[in-house]
Design a protein around this ligand. Structure first.
Ligand SMILES: C[S@@+](CC[C@H](N)C(=O)[O-])C[C@H]1O[C@@H](n2cnc3c(N)ncnc32)[C@H](O)[C@@H]1O
Length: 286
Protein backbone atom coordinates (compact mmCIF):
# COMPACT_ATOMS: atom_id res chain seq x y z
CA UNK A 1 0.00 0.00 0.00
CA UNK A 2 1.58 3.25 -1.14
CA UNK A 3 0.63 6.27 0.93
CA UNK A 4 3.40 8.68 -0.12
CA UNK A 5 2.32 11.36 -2.59
CA UNK A 6 5.00 13.66 -3.91
CA UNK A 7 2.46 16.45 -4.35
CA UNK A 8 2.87 17.21 -0.63
CA UNK A 9 6.58 17.81 -1.05
CA UNK A 10 7.03 19.20 -4.57
CA UNK A 11 9.58 22.00 -4.77
CA UNK A 12 10.92 21.53 -1.24
CA UNK A 13 14.63 21.93 -0.42
CA UNK A 14 15.32 18.28 -1.27
CA UNK A 15 13.63 18.60 -4.67
CA UNK A 16 15.76 21.66 -5.40
CA UNK A 17 19.01 19.76 -4.78
CA UNK A 18 17.86 16.64 -6.65
CA UNK A 19 16.50 18.49 -9.66
CA UNK A 20 19.38 20.97 -9.91
CA UNK A 21 21.87 18.06 -9.95
CA UNK A 22 19.69 16.15 -12.41
CA UNK A 23 19.67 19.16 -14.77
CA UNK A 24 23.48 19.46 -14.55
CA UNK A 25 23.87 15.75 -15.29
CA UNK A 26 21.60 15.96 -18.33
CA UNK A 27 23.45 19.06 -19.51
CA UNK A 28 26.73 17.11 -19.36
CA UNK A 29 25.30 14.09 -21.22
CA UNK A 30 24.19 16.44 -24.01
CA UNK A 31 27.80 17.42 -24.67
CA UNK A 32 27.94 14.41 -27.00
CA UNK A 33 25.52 14.11 -29.93
CA UNK A 34 24.97 10.40 -29.32
CA UNK A 35 21.46 9.75 -27.96
CA UNK A 36 20.91 8.56 -24.41
CA UNK A 37 18.11 7.01 -22.38
CA UNK A 38 16.75 8.59 -19.21
CA UNK A 39 15.20 6.08 -16.81
CA UNK A 40 13.15 7.36 -13.85
CA UNK A 41 12.33 4.36 -11.62
CA UNK A 42 10.07 6.36 -9.25
CA UNK A 43 8.62 9.01 -11.52
CA UNK A 44 5.72 10.45 -9.48
CA UNK A 45 3.02 12.50 -11.21
CA UNK A 46 5.41 14.30 -13.57
CA UNK A 47 4.54 17.84 -12.56
CA UNK A 48 2.75 19.55 -9.68
CA UNK A 49 0.68 22.58 -8.76
CA UNK A 50 2.16 24.53 -5.87
CA UNK A 51 -1.25 26.02 -5.06
CA UNK A 52 -2.91 22.59 -4.75
CA UNK A 53 -4.53 21.43 -1.54
CA UNK A 54 -1.59 19.02 -1.07
CA UNK A 55 1.13 21.60 -1.49
CA UNK A 56 -0.62 24.22 0.66
CA UNK A 57 -1.10 21.73 3.47
CA UNK A 58 2.65 21.36 4.04
CA UNK A 59 3.89 24.63 2.52
CA UNK A 60 7.23 22.91 1.91
CA UNK A 61 8.01 24.76 -1.30
CA UNK A 62 8.29 27.99 0.74
CA UNK A 63 11.63 26.69 2.05
CA UNK A 64 12.66 25.43 -1.37
CA UNK A 65 11.97 26.64 -4.87
CA UNK A 66 10.13 29.78 -3.67
CA UNK A 67 13.39 31.07 -2.15
CA UNK A 68 15.25 30.49 -5.42
CA UNK A 69 12.53 32.10 -7.50
CA UNK A 70 13.20 35.47 -5.86
CA UNK A 71 16.99 35.44 -6.42
CA UNK A 72 18.28 38.05 -8.83
CA UNK A 73 21.61 36.38 -9.63
CA UNK A 74 21.54 32.61 -9.32
CA UNK A 75 24.77 30.82 -10.29
CA UNK A 76 25.14 29.49 -13.86
CA UNK A 77 24.97 25.96 -12.38
CA UNK A 78 21.20 26.56 -11.94
CA UNK A 79 20.57 27.84 -15.46
CA UNK A 80 18.83 24.79 -16.98
CA UNK A 81 16.95 23.90 -13.79
CA UNK A 82 15.52 27.39 -13.35
CA UNK A 83 14.74 27.68 -17.06
CA UNK A 84 12.63 24.51 -16.75
CA UNK A 85 10.82 25.89 -13.69
CA UNK A 86 10.22 29.18 -15.50
CA UNK A 87 8.88 27.33 -18.53
CA UNK A 88 6.14 25.87 -16.31
CA UNK A 89 5.18 29.34 -15.10
CA UNK A 90 4.76 31.45 -18.20
CA UNK A 91 2.69 34.09 -16.39
CA UNK A 92 5.68 34.91 -14.17
CA UNK A 93 3.99 33.73 -10.98
CA UNK A 94 5.38 30.54 -9.41
CA UNK A 95 2.37 28.19 -9.43
CA UNK A 96 3.67 25.01 -11.02
CA UNK A 97 6.69 22.82 -10.46
CA UNK A 98 8.24 20.26 -12.81
CA UNK A 99 8.89 16.88 -11.25
CA UNK A 100 11.86 14.90 -12.48
CA UNK A 101 10.03 13.51 -15.58
CA UNK A 102 8.89 16.92 -16.77
CA UNK A 103 12.25 18.50 -16.00
CA UNK A 104 14.05 15.77 -17.96
CA UNK A 105 11.54 16.01 -20.81
CA UNK A 106 12.19 19.74 -21.14
CA UNK A 107 15.96 19.20 -21.22
CA UNK A 108 16.25 16.13 -23.46
CA UNK A 109 16.82 16.40 -27.22
CA UNK A 110 14.90 14.87 -30.13
CA UNK A 111 17.27 11.88 -30.23
CA UNK A 112 16.93 11.04 -26.52
CA UNK A 113 14.28 8.85 -24.84
CA UNK A 114 12.57 8.65 -21.43
CA UNK A 115 11.35 5.51 -19.68
CA UNK A 116 9.25 6.33 -16.64
CA UNK A 117 7.92 3.93 -13.98
CA UNK A 118 5.31 4.76 -11.34
CA UNK A 119 3.35 2.40 -9.10
CA UNK A 120 0.69 4.66 -7.55
CA UNK A 121 -2.43 4.53 -9.71
CA UNK A 122 -3.36 8.23 -9.36
CA UNK A 123 0.15 9.51 -10.03
CA UNK A 124 0.55 7.01 -12.85
CA UNK A 125 -2.67 8.28 -14.47
CA UNK A 126 -1.42 11.88 -14.26
CA UNK A 127 1.94 10.90 -15.71
CA UNK A 128 0.36 8.99 -18.57
CA UNK A 129 -1.85 11.93 -19.40
CA UNK A 130 1.06 14.39 -19.27
CA UNK A 131 3.01 12.45 -21.89
CA UNK A 132 0.11 11.07 -23.93
CA UNK A 133 1.08 10.90 -27.58
CA UNK A 134 4.71 11.78 -26.89
CA UNK A 135 6.74 9.28 -28.91
CA UNK A 136 9.92 9.92 -26.94
CA UNK A 137 8.37 8.91 -23.63
CA UNK A 138 7.35 5.46 -22.36
CA UNK A 139 5.25 5.45 -19.18
CA UNK A 140 4.69 2.18 -17.29
CA UNK A 141 2.76 1.29 -14.18
CA UNK A 142 5.30 -1.09 -12.70
CA UNK A 143 7.83 -1.59 -9.93
CA UNK A 144 10.67 0.53 -11.30
CA UNK A 145 13.30 -1.11 -9.13
CA UNK A 146 12.28 -4.64 -9.97
CA UNK A 147 12.18 -3.86 -13.69
CA UNK A 148 15.42 -1.87 -13.86
CA UNK A 149 17.84 -4.71 -14.49
CA UNK A 150 15.73 -6.03 -17.38
CA UNK A 151 15.88 -2.66 -19.16
CA UNK A 152 19.66 -2.60 -19.22
CA UNK A 153 21.85 -2.08 -21.09
CA UNK A 154 19.82 0.46 -23.05
CA UNK A 155 19.77 0.19 -26.83
CA UNK A 156 21.57 3.56 -27.04
CA UNK A 157 24.39 2.26 -24.80
CA UNK A 158 24.26 5.58 -22.97
CA UNK A 159 21.94 6.13 -20.04
CA UNK A 160 21.06 8.03 -16.90
CA UNK A 161 19.04 6.27 -14.19
CA UNK A 162 17.34 8.35 -11.50
CA UNK A 163 16.28 6.33 -8.45
CA UNK A 164 14.10 8.46 -6.22
CA UNK A 165 12.10 6.32 -3.78
CA UNK A 166 10.08 7.67 -0.90
CA UNK A 167 11.73 5.19 1.54
CA UNK A 168 8.38 4.65 3.21
CA UNK A 169 9.67 1.27 4.31
CA UNK A 170 13.12 0.63 5.76
CA UNK A 171 13.54 -2.34 3.43
CA UNK A 172 13.70 0.07 0.48
CA UNK A 173 17.27 1.09 1.35
CA UNK A 174 18.50 -2.47 0.86
CA UNK A 175 16.31 -2.97 -2.23
CA UNK A 176 17.74 0.14 -3.88
CA UNK A 177 21.30 -0.97 -3.24
CA UNK A 178 20.65 -4.47 -4.55
CA UNK A 179 18.87 -3.14 -7.65
CA UNK A 180 21.75 -0.82 -8.51
CA UNK A 181 24.38 -3.53 -7.98
CA UNK A 182 22.43 -5.80 -10.35
CA UNK A 183 21.89 -2.98 -12.85
CA UNK A 184 25.56 -2.00 -12.75
CA UNK A 185 26.55 -5.59 -13.56
CA UNK A 186 24.59 -5.33 -16.81
CA UNK A 187 25.43 -1.70 -17.59
CA UNK A 188 28.62 -0.62 -15.86
CA UNK A 189 29.10 2.63 -17.80
CA UNK A 190 25.64 4.04 -17.00
CA UNK A 191 25.18 7.11 -14.85
CA UNK A 192 23.19 6.29 -11.69
CA UNK A 193 21.76 8.97 -9.41
CA UNK A 194 20.24 7.73 -6.14
CA UNK A 195 18.38 10.22 -3.95
CA UNK A 196 18.37 9.76 -0.16
CA UNK A 197 16.92 11.64 2.82
CA UNK A 198 18.93 12.51 5.93
CA UNK A 199 16.74 11.22 8.77
CA UNK A 200 18.92 9.18 11.11
CA UNK A 201 22.62 9.88 10.68
CA UNK A 202 24.01 6.59 12.00
CA UNK A 203 21.74 4.43 9.82
CA UNK A 204 22.48 6.58 6.78
CA UNK A 205 26.26 6.35 7.20
CA UNK A 206 26.01 2.58 7.61
CA UNK A 207 24.01 2.34 4.37
CA UNK A 208 26.53 4.53 2.53
CA UNK A 209 29.39 2.33 3.76
CA UNK A 210 27.53 -0.64 2.26
CA UNK A 211 27.52 1.18 -1.09
CA UNK A 212 31.24 1.86 -0.80
CA UNK A 213 31.85 -1.83 -0.08
CA UNK A 214 30.08 -3.04 -3.27
CA UNK A 215 33.26 -2.73 -5.33
CA UNK A 216 31.55 -0.28 -7.69
CA UNK A 217 33.95 2.54 -8.60
CA UNK A 218 33.31 6.25 -9.07
CA UNK A 219 30.80 6.92 -6.28
CA UNK A 220 30.26 10.61 -5.63
CA UNK A 221 28.17 11.72 -2.67
CA UNK A 222 26.58 15.18 -2.68
CA UNK A 223 24.60 16.20 0.39
CA UNK A 224 22.97 19.29 1.83
CA UNK A 225 21.58 19.51 5.34
CA UNK A 226 19.47 22.54 6.19
CA UNK A 227 19.34 21.70 9.92
CA UNK A 228 21.55 19.79 12.38
CA UNK A 229 21.17 16.01 12.55
CA UNK A 230 18.68 14.82 15.09
CA UNK A 231 16.39 11.86 15.62
CA UNK A 232 12.72 12.81 15.54
CA UNK A 233 13.23 16.08 13.72
CA UNK A 234 12.04 14.75 10.40
CA UNK A 235 14.16 15.23 7.27
CA UNK A 236 17.06 17.55 8.09
CA UNK A 237 18.77 17.18 4.73
CA UNK A 238 19.07 15.12 1.60
CA UNK A 239 21.67 13.85 -0.76
CA UNK A 240 22.39 12.19 -4.04
CA UNK A 241 24.75 9.29 -4.49
CA UNK A 242 26.10 9.22 -8.04
CA UNK A 243 27.80 6.35 -9.76
CA UNK A 244 29.77 7.47 -12.82
CA UNK A 245 28.81 11.15 -12.44
CA UNK A 246 29.64 13.29 -15.43
CA UNK A 247 32.98 15.01 -15.57
CA UNK A 248 33.10 18.13 -13.38
CA UNK A 249 29.81 17.49 -11.54
CA UNK A 250 31.87 17.52 -8.33
CA UNK A 251 33.32 20.95 -9.21
CA UNK A 252 29.90 22.31 -10.16
CA UNK A 253 28.42 21.00 -6.90
CA UNK A 254 31.15 22.80 -4.95
CA UNK A 255 29.86 26.07 -6.43
CA UNK A 256 26.18 25.19 -6.21
CA UNK A 257 25.95 23.86 -2.66
CA UNK A 258 27.41 26.85 -0.78
CA UNK A 259 25.03 29.06 -2.73
CA UNK A 260 22.04 26.81 -1.95
CA UNK A 261 23.11 26.69 1.68
CA UNK A 262 23.16 30.47 1.81
CA UNK A 263 19.74 30.85 0.14
CA UNK A 264 17.88 27.87 1.62
CA UNK A 265 19.44 27.70 5.10
CA UNK A 266 20.74 31.23 5.73
CA UNK A 267 24.25 29.79 5.54
CA UNK A 268 23.68 27.75 8.69
CA UNK A 269 23.39 24.32 7.08
CA UNK A 270 26.12 21.86 6.13
CA UNK A 271 27.08 20.56 2.71
CA UNK A 272 29.33 17.85 1.43
CA UNK A 273 30.81 16.82 -1.93
CA UNK A 274 32.76 13.63 -1.42
CA UNK A 275 34.13 10.88 -3.64
CA UNK A 276 33.34 7.94 -1.41
CA UNK A 277 34.86 5.63 -4.01
CA UNK A 278 37.14 7.27 -6.58
CA UNK A 279 37.95 5.77 -9.96
CA UNK A 280 40.91 3.50 -10.36
CA UNK A 281 43.69 4.69 -12.66
CA UNK A 282 43.04 4.14 -16.34
CA UNK A 283 39.24 3.79 -16.16
CA UNK A 284 37.34 5.42 -19.01
CA UNK A 285 33.66 6.29 -19.13
CA UNK A 286 31.27 7.67 -21.72
C1 LIG B 1 9.78 10.74 -4.25
S1 LIG B 1 8.47 10.35 -5.32
C2 LIG B 1 9.14 10.62 -6.92
C3 LIG B 1 9.36 12.05 -7.28
C4 LIG B 1 9.91 12.29 -8.66
N1 LIG B 1 11.04 11.42 -8.96
C5 LIG B 1 10.32 13.73 -8.82
O1 LIG B 1 11.48 14.07 -8.53
O2 LIG B 1 9.50 14.52 -9.26
C6 LIG B 1 8.44 8.60 -5.26
C7 LIG B 1 7.38 7.96 -6.15
O3 LIG B 1 7.65 6.58 -6.30
C8 LIG B 1 6.45 5.84 -6.33
N2 LIG B 1 6.84 4.46 -6.01
C9 LIG B 1 7.05 3.90 -4.79
N3 LIG B 1 7.56 2.65 -4.94
C10 LIG B 1 7.70 2.45 -6.28
C11 LIG B 1 8.22 1.39 -7.06
N4 LIG B 1 8.71 0.28 -6.51
N5 LIG B 1 8.24 1.51 -8.41
C12 LIG B 1 7.76 2.64 -9.01
N6 LIG B 1 7.26 3.69 -8.31
C13 LIG B 1 7.24 3.60 -6.97
C14 LIG B 1 5.57 6.55 -5.36
O4 LIG B 1 4.20 6.31 -5.66
C15 LIG B 1 5.97 8.03 -5.59
O5 LIG B 1 5.13 8.63 -6.55
Amino acid sequence: MLSYRHGFHAGNFADVLKHALLALTIQALKQKDKPFLYIDTHAGAGKYRLDSEYARKTGECADGVVKLWRQAEPPPELRDYLAAVRAENVGGELLRYPGSPQLARRLLRAQDRLWLSELHNTDFAALRELFAGDKQVTVSMEDGLERLEKKLPPPQKRGLVLIDPSYEMRSEYRQVLQAVVAAHRRFATGVYAVWYPVLERAALEKWLREWAATGIERQLRIEHCVAPDGAGRGMTGSGMLFINPPWRLDEQAKVLLPWLNHVLADGRGEWLVHWQVPESAGAEFE
